[in-house]
Structures are given as C-alpha cells and as structure tokens.
Design a protein around this ligand. Structure first.
Ligand code: UT7
Length: 321
C-alpha cells in the first residue's frame, strides 16, 4: 500500500509586523482585549510588492530544500488561497512557471478559506495513493490584510499574511493515514467575502470579509469535536495515540478547547497564533513547519491537523510524521 509522507516543509512571513499596540492607533481596541479574547499579540503584513504568489514561492523553495528535491521532481502543485494573485490563471500555475516545471497539474483551491489547506492536502494525498503522482507541493498562502476592512475592529485584529508549504512524497511507510472533509452551506452567511463579479447590480456590498464571530466560535467547537471522534474511529485509534494537535490558528480559546477534547497539554499543540494571527489557509502549514523546524515534532509522531472556515467548510488529517 502506498502512502503520502511529509518529506519537507517551509514557511514564509512578511517582514513587517503589526502589533496590537499598532492596532490601538487605528481602531478602538486594546492589546489586553485582543490577547484575552484571541491570544494574538502581533501579525505579519505583506509589503506592496508581495502577494500570495511571491510568498508561496518563498515557502515552496524552503520546503524543496528541506526535502532535498528539485522542482523537476514535483508532479503536482495545489495552492489553497482565498486571496489569489489573479482570478485566473491560478496562483499555482504562476508558481509552476516560476519554478520552470511546465506540464504537471497545478491549480488553486480558492474558496475553502481557512479549511483550504486540509482540503488541498487531502486531494494531493488521493493522487499519491493512487500512484498518479510521486511528489506533490501543497501550499497555503494568504494576503488577508488586503481583504479586511481596517476600520472593522471585530475582524481586522484577527488576521495576518504568510505562506506555508508541505512537500508530500510517495512512500511505502505510513504517512497520511486518513483525511476527512466536510462542508455545510447552510452556514454560508457566518463568514464570507463578496467579490466584484458576484455583486448584484445596484447593491452596495463592501468587498471585505464579513464575519459573525460569536456564531462561528460556537459552530467550530461543535464540528471540531465530532471531527476528532470521526478521524480517530476511522483509524481505530484512541486520543492517547495522538502526539500533536496542529490546528487552524483562529482563536486560542477554540484551540484550548480542542486540546482538552484530545486530552493534550498545550505543550503538545503547535501554536503560531500569538506571533502570526490567523493566516487562513496558511496557518496549519506554518504551524507545522515551525514545530518541525524547532524539532518539537519528531519523525514517528502522530499529528492531528484540523481546519475550519467559510462555507462552512472543515476537515482533518491524521498523519504519522
Ligand atoms: O478562521 C476562522 C475565522 N474566525 C474565527 O474562527 C473567529 C471565531 N470567533 C472569535 O474568535 C471571537 O468570536 C472573536 C474574537 C471574533 C470575538 O470575541 P467574542 O468574545 O466573541 O467577543 P464579542 O464579539 O462577543 O464582543 C464582545 C465585546 C463587544 O462589546 P459589548 O457589546 O459587549 O459592549 C464588542 O463590541 O467586545 C467588543 N469588541 C471589541 N472590543 C475591543 C469586539 N471587537 C473588539 C476589539 N476590541 N477588537
């Protein structure tokens, strides 16, 4: 049986940092409120010459170096992004051109928002398991700073920019054990971002992210608990078999609740939220990359990845690293 194994990871964060104290000067908020309600201290903001493409390229090259493979070895590129470089061609095609590897399939997952990375990982995993692809580059890259209304304190304080990349390679040894994807469009209004194409004529709709934070909070706690049960049951495993939770970084209170559900101490949770905020589809690969790079996550560890976001869409991946 063939598995996809994580053979390299990479991350990229823009140089510019926006602290909660900086935000105090823009909207009516405070460092204390933001830390207490979200766990976020600062976030990175892309420069005007940076984009989901440039950040994806940086992260991809780091992941390729970590895996010690060249671009010619890549058989598929998927980029999860809510903030693509263009509507088309896909950011993945633009990256493919930069990597000089014409031919392999390359596409974006645009609208799975913060669940985008687990969706992309699941798709790449199916291709590798089937034997159609040997190495797949799976990236989450987001410039959230360009789709938030900076005068909306309920949303702007949460998000940041960045990119994370994972290189999957075919292996005979267990890697990704299973992935579980879900969506429920009845919650379409809880979190959304209008675009100019979908804007009904004559209706003034802001092209900024809109969010019902309280409702999203409650929904996420429910769905993620069920998701863990489903993921463990599918693999005939117990909570005690999980070594690390690598969650989407939305709110420290949600993450603490999820760690509790898995009976994991917070030392066993990959956290980047405090330094990076919510980077949407990039948050899981960035958290994974950091914990692998500083050698907290080690080969053989069992990882539970989970993501949720607009759609509502959510999903998990159980991985023997
Ligand atoms: O990637 C997935 C996307 N997002 C999420 O998963 C977000 C999930 N939700 C959350 O993380 C939380 O709901 C928030 C952090 C967004 C909000 O926290 P909350 O504890 O649910 O606060 P709230 O919306 O109930 O607001 C409490 C109070 C309100 O004032 P009143 O009505 O009690 O006087 C808000 O107006 O806090 C006020 N408030 C703020 N105050 C200072 C809202 N935003 C801010 C702010 N600074 N930035």
């Amino acid at each position: 049986m063939k598995y996809s194994k994580i053979i390299g990871t990479g991350g990229y964060l823009p140089e510019k940092v926006l602290t909660n104290y900086d935000l105090e000067k823009i909207v009516d908020t405070s460092h204390q409120w933001i830390v207490e309600r979200t766990g976020i201290h600062q976030r990175h903001i892309a420069a005007s010459n940076e984009s989901s493409l440039t950040m994806a390229e940086e992260a991809a090259r780091v992941a390729m170096a970590a895996a010690n493979i060249s671009s010619a070895d890549i058989g598929m590129i998927i980029i999860a992004t809510t903030t693509p470089e263009k509507i088309f061609p896909s950011t993945a095609c633009l990256l493919q051109q930069r990597l000089g590897i014409a031919g392999c399939p390359a596409f974006d997952l645009n609208s799975t928002a913060c669940a985008g990375f687990v969706y992309a990982l699941s798709i790449a995993d199916q291709f590798i398991r089937q034997g159609a692809v040997n190495n797949a580059l799976v990236i989450g890259s987001e410039v959230m700073s360009r789709v938030v209304d900076w005068s909306d304190r309920a949303v702007s304080i949460l998000f940041g920019d960045g990119a994370g990349a994972v290189l999957l390679g075919a292996s005979d040894e267990p890697g990704i054990l299973s992935t579980h994807l879900h969506a429920d469009g009845t919650h379409k209004d809880v979190l959304f971002l209008q675009n100019a194409l979908g804007k009904p004529t004559g209706l003034e709709t802001e092209l900024y992210m809109q969010m019902n934070g309280k409702q999203l909070f409650k929904l996420s706690v429910n769905i993620l608990g069920q998701l863990f049960d489903e993921t463990l049951a599918a693999n005939h495993l117990q909570k005690s078999d999980v070594d690390w939770l690598v969650p989407h970084q939305a709110n420290i209170r949600i993450i603490e609740g999820m760690a509790k559900k898995l009976d994991l101490p917070m030392e066993r949770v990959a956290i980047t939220l405090d330094e990076q905020g919510n980077t949407s589809a990039a948050s899981i690969p960035l958290a994974l990359d950091k914990a692998i790079r500083d050698q907290r996550i080690k080969r053989g560890d069992m990882l539970m990845l989970e993501g949720f976001g607009g759609g509502l869409a959510w999903g998990s991946a159980l991985i023997k690293y």
